[in-house]
Design a protein around this ligand. Structure first.
Ligand code: ZN
Length: 329
């Protein structure tokens, strides 16, 4: 009997691995050249999985999302999720070498905002969070004061921090495909109390983020959708393009997003993000979600890469120089 169970498990595992989507990191033609260490003041962008990015010029550090905990699939789909303080300390504590002065969140789903409230309050000085008003309910549920959340309204935001200028412009969220995603797209009417589940993190307004520094600029989309004209004539050297759940969408949907969300910025490089399975820990190699989620990020990447703009993928902890558009050590 035990023997039969083992055989069934083996067959099931083989079936699952047979339908594992192609990992973009395995495609050498999508990797970025590695060059010398960054020069003083050079802007680098570190990829920390999903759409978490740390942008720094050596003095000022700006964090997109800061989603590091990455709870497992079971908790994400069925249970309660909560930030892992030990991990947050490891990644952003004083000995991590990563300095964060402000956090920007494109929309309020848990795979973006789960860790921001604790990150805001856990170190010696409070880190301000720039996020939509829906995020405020999460911030307060984790006991953080209103004063450390800057609620970004539909008109957007322009903020100077150190030598950076950050803009948040009203954008759009890809439409939900699964029931659990629909539940996270309604609104919370009441104040939230812990513990929270994935569905308690309602998305609220979605913002695309543009960051400029000394004549160079980058942009980030945390969801694979856009509003025509959203960038209002802004340009960016590098676009970090959220592609989560875009794979199964029709080509017209993909192309509309490419045009209005990415190509409108006249980028010199596009880096797809939000393609990895965010229910797997960051300590493990990044890989796409298995096929039951039907995303297949390479479908999106392949369509993008045959355009006129170079497309490259970053591995976790890779650091890209904004000026040279190469990886730095
Ligand atoms: Zn989302």
């Amino acid at each position: 009997m035990e023997h039969r169970n083992f055989l069934l498990l083996l067959l099931f595992s083989l079936a699952l691995s047979a339908c594992a989507p192609v990992n973009p990191l395995k495609d050498e033609s999508l990797r970025i050249k590695l060059t010398l260490p960054p020069k003083t003041g050079e802007v680098t962008i570190e990829f920390l999985g999903n759409s978490t990015l740390l942008i720094t010029d050596g003095k000022t550090g700006l964090l997109i999302d800061g989603f590091i905990t990455r709870p497992g699939r079971r908790e994400t789909l069925l249970g309660h999720i909560s930030p892992n303080t030990r991990l947050l300390r490891d990644y952003f504590g004083p000995s991590s070498g990563r300095k964060v002065d402000a956090i920007f969140i494109g929309h309020n789903h848990a795979d973006h905002s789960l860790d921001a409230p604790l990150l805001s309050g856990m170190f010696h000085r409070r880190i301000p969070i720039y996020a939509n008003s829906e995020y405020g309910k999460i911030h307060r549920a984790f006991g953080q004061p209103k004063s450390s959340h800057v609620a970004v309204k539909a008109a957007g935001l322009k903020k100077e921090i150190g030598r950076f200028t950050v803009r948040m412009v009203k954008s759009a969220h890809i439409h939900p495909r699964f029931r659990f995603q629909h539940a996270a797209n309604e609104e919370n009417d009441e104040q939230l109390t812990l513990p929270l589940s994935f569905n308690d993190f309602k998305d609220g307004d979605t913002f695309a983020i543009h960051i400029s520094h000394g004549g160079k600029a980058l942009a980030v989309t945390t969801s694979a959708a856009a509003i025509p004209g959203q960038w209002q004539g802004l340009k960016a050297d590098v676009v970090f393009a959220g592609i989560g759940l875009l794979g199964p969408e029709p080509e017209e949907t993909k192309k509309a997003y490419f045009e209005h969300g990415l190509l409108a910025l006249k980028p010199k490089l596009i880096v797809p993000i939000h393609w990895d399975d965010f229910t797997k820990p960051l300590s493990k190699p990044l890989r796409p979600a298995p096929l039951p989620l039907l995303d297949r990020p390479m479908r999106t990447i392949n369509l993008l890469r045959y355009g006129n703009v170079p497309v490259r993928v970053m591995d976790r902890f890779d650091k890209l120089s904004l000026t040279r558009r190469h990886l730095v050590k």
